[in-house]
Design a protein around this ligand. Structure first.
Ligand code: SF4
Ligand code: SF4
Length: 262
């Protein structure tokens, strides 16, 4: 019989430009994590532990967008050190709310906001991790759904495809038996183009979805924009609707720029 002990997979959690909300979702999943904790070593997670072990890592979870030269270099090193790289949340997958700067003059912001602008060293754009390195899976949400994250980690450890559906929030509404507020009340709802994961939280309370989970797979943003116009939304309102937490997801970015041009 072999005396070789099988090494546990090593997981690391990295932060870039973000509010830490997705890492908090991971911490909030402690009960669920216990069921997989025995199967992995948390080697690097500064928000949770002062033990910070060097790579290589089997799974890297990356929160946040790239907004500085230093971070653009750091993500290359994270990629080199990691077998699987998973981005978590709107910042990492779609630039985050900070990507609103991408349509503005960043130098002007720096001049107006900071007393000593010369100390600020930043990029003009906030970009998703996938614009810098190959990414193995993008988990959407602002913040992410902790159960989807546990499923993703479990599936990655088992070498199978994660069960994280890429359909829209409307599917979750139907499953809950919600009456569609867009149809019944004429509410401007972005559910038809938004990635599932929240359990149709807002429509369940008669509030339109504002797309915090980012774009679903192949969203028909043009048809939704037309419908929002029928409901009385102006082009400026439609531009703003697509330009929020997931503004730099290319599907929402195109939709917002199209309505801006109209
Ligand atoms: S309320 Fe919104 S998310 Fe729910 S079915 Fe209607 S359009 Fe879709
Ligand atoms: S904004 Fe949309 S995706 Fe976000 S929680 Fe509300 S219904 Fe869910």
């Amino acid at each position: 019989m072999s005396s070789k002990v099988r090494r546990k997979p090593r997981i690391a959690v990295f932060k870039f430009a973000s509010c830490d909300g997705c890492q908090l979702s991971l911490l909030d999943a402690e009960d669920e994590l216990l069921s997989v904790a025995g199967a992995l070593d948390i080697a690097y997670f500064p928000e949770a532990s002062s033990t910070m072990l060097k790579g290589p890592y089997d799974i890297a979870l990356v929160e946040g967008s790239i907004t500085t030269h230093h971070d653009a270099e750091r993500i290359q090193e994270v990629r080199r050190q990691s077998k699987k790289l998973i981005t978590i949340g709107a910042c990492a997958t779609a630039g985050g709310i900070q990507s609103l700067r991408n349509w503005k003059d960043v130098d002007e912001f720096i001049r107006v906001v900071y007393a000593t602008p010369k100390f600020i060293n930043t990029l003009n754009f906030s970009t998703p991790i996938a614009e810098h390195v190959p990414v193995d899976f993008e988990l959407r949400g602002c913040p992410i759904n902790k159960l989807q994250l546990i499923e993703l980690i479990t599936a990655t450890l088992a070498g199978r495809k994660p069960n994280v559906p890429a359909y829209s929030v409307c599917m979750e509404c139907k499953r809950k038996g919600n009456v569609c507020i867009a149809v019944a009340q004429g509410v401007a709802c972005l559910g038809p183009v938004t990635h599932a994961g929240c359990g149709a939280l807002c429509p369940s309370f008669d509030r339109g979805c504002y797309a915090c989970f980012g774009p679903m797979e192949t969203p028909n943003t043009g048809a939704l924009s037309d419908q929002l116009r029928i409901l009385g939304q102006s082009n400026t309102e439609i531009t703003r609707a697509f330009r929020s937490f997931n503004a730099w997801a290319w599907e929402f970015r195109n939709a917002s720029e199209e309505s801006e041009r109209s």
